[in-house]
Design a protein around this ligand. Sequence first.
Ligand code: BTN
Length: 270
Amino acid sequence: MNDHLSARAVEASLRGRFGRPLRVVETTGSTNEDALQWSQQGAPEGALVVADHQRQGRGRHGRRWLSRPGGALLFSLVLRPSRAVDEIELLTTALGVACAEGIESVTRLRGALKWPNDVTVDGYKLAGILVESRLEGARVDAVVAGVGVNVSWPEERISSDELNATSIAAEIAGSARGEIPSRAALLGHILTGIESAYDSLAHEEARRDLMRRAAERSLVLGREIQVRLADGGTVSGRAESLTESGALAIDTSGGTIVVRAGEVEGVRPA
Ligand code: BTN
């Protein structure tokens, strides 16, 4: 399938206020880096950078995000949340839910959420999200939400020390479940979902509904897990629940520990 990602195709897929102003580029280092720089130059909330390919895609925890030209949907959205820190933590969850739901609505693939927001199928990563903030003093001036969805690469599931990855094409191959969507169509659905999830953060009832949807898709809740923390330490136990702010409550031998950020390393049935 020829899936040329033109500005015109992207514009035609936009339904809400996110995605304006728009920059569509062939190749860049990292759309997150571009969006952070643009936000410094005054890009408003909703500004969007989309790339066909990245040379230095960034992943969480300093890792690289690999893609092939034309093989992934890669974009970064500028947000300017007014309610600072709490909202930013919840935002991480909201983005995961929106991506998983957006992918499902177009492809019928039901992705699970590996806390906090990796979208996975059978444990293979289909989409990743990197949220980066730009501070002015102690204030968050802008947040950039970067999303990478593997669309036609890898062609088959990859399992290696560095990577456990899949793509929409790999999951659809051999099944009668549908066609590989165009990246523009996928972007339109995901962005609409992000906008609605983002707006729901301001309303208690809608926030609760969002957390319910995150819990429903969770790969970790009820399982024995190990989470690596930023300082290198680990927390092991049974993943109990998601807190109101999207943190993970883990039932450990020493009591409940609430983890706000970290990397889930092992997931076993409880
Ligand atoms: C992760 O799961 O580690 C997060 C991956 C995020 C990748 C996306 S691709 C578009 C945007 N630009 C980047 O450099 N990273 C994010």
